[in-house]
Write a protein that binds this ligand. Structure first.
Ligand SMILES: [Zn+2]
Length: 249
């Protein structure tokens, strides 16, 4: 068999490609594999089956990670299905044709999108627009707090989903058990030290990590350091919140 993963285009091709194997390389680095699933064949990127070849079509799932690579894996699969186009992004929202992308959506091998629902699409667009505005206000508040020295440090009084970590992975509980705590923090303009800490942990440079720990332990920092924190920390928090709310960057 000479099929490449992104050239399957049908359930039979995917099944034939796997033969008796349960796991094969995808051909774009090690993070992506092609695996047998209970119902068909999956393209797994990290821990998420982003594309699953089922008898009635391909099932698409970002796992909440609306990243360039996830989009690219999904588009590899869509490229060999006729008349459906590719996933594209506009103002933080992913679309396929005129449908808002949703996790679990199935595209038939004839290019028809199953389970299309205009009302749900409209609702999601409204939600993302509203949340995008809230994120701007939220991170503006953080910038102001850094500027005038009132940024809250992570504390035992913080939201439990932001604060407590899963032992196995070290990830905050809110990332592990999908909870809407972050949407609530936005609504309530509740600035959570533990959330800021996590955003910096994931996206911050060594420099920012060092400076913020000085701020939180009450040590002086230079004006120059403060300027960099004011510029960078709000961006990291925005990026983190978007990743948690499945808003594309
Ligand atoms: Zn929280």
């Amino acid at each position: 068999m000479t099929f490449k993963a992104h050239l399957f285009g049908s359930y039979d091709n995917a099944i034939n490609f796997m033969g008796r194997k349960t796991d094969r390389p995808y051909g774009h680095g090690r993070a992506t594999r092609i695996i047998r699933t209970d119902n068909g064949v999956g393209v797994r990127y990290h821990n998420t089956i982003v594309v699953e070849y089922l008898p009635n079509g391909i099932r698409l799932n970002s796992g909440g990670y609306r990243t360039m690579t996830t989009k690219s894996r999904i588009n590899d699969a869509l490229d060999c299905i006729p008349d459906v186009g590719r996933v594209f992004q506009n103002r933080g929202i992913w679309y396929l044709m005129s449908t808002v992308f949703f996790d679990g959506m199935i595209v038939g091998y004839d290019g028809r999108i199953k389970g299309q629902n205009k009302r749900q699409s409209d609702k999601r667009i409204k939600e993302v627009n509203k949340q995008t505005k809230s994120i701007k206000a939220y991170t503006k508040t953080i910038a102001d707090m850094i500027q005038n020295g009132t940024l809250p440090a992570p504390s035992l009084g913080d939201c439990l989903y932001c604060q407590f970590r899963e032992v196995k992975t070290g990830s905050p509980l809110g990332e592990v058990i999908q909870h809407d705590h972050i949407a609530l923090h936005l609504e309530e303009s509740y600035i959570v030290g533990s959330l800021i800490k996590r955003a910096i942990e994931v996206y911050g440079s060594m420099f920012v990590k060092g400076s913020i720990s000085h701020v939180w332990s009450g040590q002086p920092i230079t004006d120059w350091e403060r300027d960099i924190l004011v510029r960078d920390v709000p961006r990291m928090v925005a990026r983190y919140i978007k990743s948690q709310l499945a808003i594309a960057n």
